[in-house]
Design a protein around this ligand. Structure first.
Ligand code: SAM
Length: 280
């Protein structure tokens, strides 16, 4: 890019298929003075593939603060720098956030160049219909902490999105089945954009048997998605209390409307419950 300004460009790169890189990402990588990257050899493969001869600087989880200081010094000297990681969008379960914070704190511009991300790619092809999702990323490696973390998510009314390594996928699925309602759906999004891409959906309770049926199903990189919990049967106690108090003073329709505003519960459900209460 002829007029590229001095800034830190946070560039999304492929999560597997080398073709998944934007025109703007390529222009940016061609135009910068330096590419900060998680692994210099890995970055070199991508850069070589596109005939880009930029210098590289390692920035990974073990040196992020020192590397960030170097980036700030280079920006102070007017350089243009790209930040990439081994796959996808920097800062998403990847190094980058601390460097970005340091650069912003030092008063330099950070420009995002959006690109692939495994979580969003998985969501786009999963067919789970709840419009909300919670990106969890990697769960704790130890079983106790992992089960505690899953329990804390059980009531979240959104699709849950996890990253998992192949050597832990079986254990994690076991814990998901143990803690969550087995009727929720799980989607295994494996090796996205790669040769052995697989996207398989099933009730959570069936997931351990599905994994055990073929050793290949535990290989590669995974995004695991778990559908939102089914709507709660019945009213929660607080909503019921508010509704009953309003019903003592107001007609059914008005009481249900106000109770919905106060409690955030769905109006239809409150209306149906109000009719039941009046019937009583
Ligand atoms: N920054 C990346 C992003 O934007 O998605 C994520 C990096 S994180 C260190 C790596 C994890 O992302 C993997 O363990 C896996 O859970 C997920 N992942 C990355 N590439 C994937 C792919 N091609 N298919 C499925 N999951 C993938």
């Amino acid at each position: 890019m002829p007029d590229m300004e001095s800034a830190l460009y946070v560039v999304g790169t492929p999560i597997g298929n080398l073709g998944d890189i934007t025109l703007r990402a390529l222009e940016t990588l061609r135009g910068v003075d330096l590419v900060a990257c998680e692994d210099t050899r890995h970055a070199r493969q991508l850069l070589d593939h596109h005939g880009i001869r930029a210098s590289t600087l390692a920035l990974h989880q073990h040196n992020e603060n020192e590397a960030a200081a170097k980036l700030v010094a280079q920006l102070a000297a007017g350089k243009r720098i790209a930040l990439i990681t081994d796959a996808g969008t920097p800062g998403v379960s990847d190094p980058g956030a601390r460097a970005v914070a340091a650069v912003r704190a030092a008063g330099f511009r950070v420009i995002p160049i959006p690109g692939p991300n495994a979580a969003i790619t998985a969501l786009s092809a999963a067919g789970l219909t709840d419009p909300r999702f919670l990106f969890v990323g990697f769960l704790p490696a130890k079983v106790g902490a992992r089960r505690t973390a899953i329990s804390a998510l059980a009531a979240v009314e959104a699709t849950l999105v996890f990253y998992e390594a192949p050597h832990r996928v079986r254990e994690t699925v076991t814990d998901l089945v143990e803690v969550l309602d087995g009727a929720r759906r799980i989607v295994f999004a494996r090796e996205l954009t790669k040769l052995f891409e697989q996207i398989a959906a099933m009730p959570l309770a069936e997931a351990p048997a599905w994994l055990a049926a073929d050793a290949n199903r535990e290989r590669g990189e995974f995004v695991l998605l778990v559908s939102a919990p089914p709507p709660r049967a019945g009213m929660d106690a607080e909503a019921e209390r508010v509704l009953a108090a309003l019903l003592a003073e107001l007609p059914v329709k008005q009481a249900a409307k106000l109770a919905a505003e106060i409690t955030g519960q769905p109006k239809n459900a409150l209306y149906a419950r109000a009719l039941e209460l009046k019937g009583d």
